[in-house]
Write a protein that binds this ligand. Structure first.
Ligand code: IMP
Ligand code: MG
Length: 179
């Protein structure tokens, strides 16, 4: 599996340290807010669990599952909700957790959805941002790292369902998906 990685962008230690910083910022902001935390499955799972363990305030954990990539490395631009929330977010602050913001379509869709349900606020915390590919405007309120316009895997991010369990963030070799 590691042979398919071109280079490591962020090590587990670097990610851990950044998550500590993000958790401190979020704990200051949300300590009296009782938010609903909404990781976007499956990619955000690893980041969300590491982050939430460090959040020192009352919260509810929910999740959504969406699909935009149909087994390829290019976004289709269409977002489909595969699993909806089980919490009513009306009047509640919502904090979405993402692995990476690429075109922005996924987060724009979810942002509008939760706003239309009367959420008190909707904020986004993403481990990674790939700004060069943005098509839809998305404000990232809390960000781990900015990454280049390459195909990224690891720490929850996949290619065709693989590499999510890598404990670091890396660039996938082109030879893996260009064949
Ligand atoms: P967006 O809707 O284009 O912003 O895409 C968001 C979703 O696409 C993320 O939640 C990821 O699951 C997936 N994605 C975007 N870029 C990458 C990448 O470089 N590697 C793996 N997944 C990606
Ligand atoms: Mg995703």
């Amino acid at each position: 599996m590691n042979n398919d990685i071109e280079k490591v962008l962020y090590t587990q230690e670097q990610i851990d340290q950044r998550i500590d910083e993000l958790a401190a910022t979020l704990s200051a902001k949300y300590h009296d807010e009782f938010p609903v935390i909404v990781p976007v499955m499956t990619g955000a799972m690893m980041f969300a669990s590491e982050l939430m363990k460090r959040l020192n305030f009352k919260l509810n954990i929910d999740y959504v599952d969406v699909s935009s990539y149909e087994d390829s490395s290019e976004s289709s631009g269409k977002v489909r909700l595969l699993r909806d929330l089980s919490h009513d977010v009306s009047g509640r602050p919502v904090l979405m957790i993402e692995d990476i913001i690429d075109t922005g379509h996924t987060l724009e869709f979810l942002n509008k959805l939760f706003a239309s349900r009367g959420a008190k606020s909707v904020e986004i915390c993403s481990l990674l941002d790939k700004p060069e590919r943005r098509e839809a405007p998305v404000k990232i309120d809390y960000l781990g790292f900015t990454v280049p316009n390459e195909f990224i895997v690891g720490y929850g991010l996949d290619y065709n369902g693989l590499y999510r369990n890598l404990p670091y963030v890396g660039v996938l070799k082109r030879s893996v998906y260009e064949k």
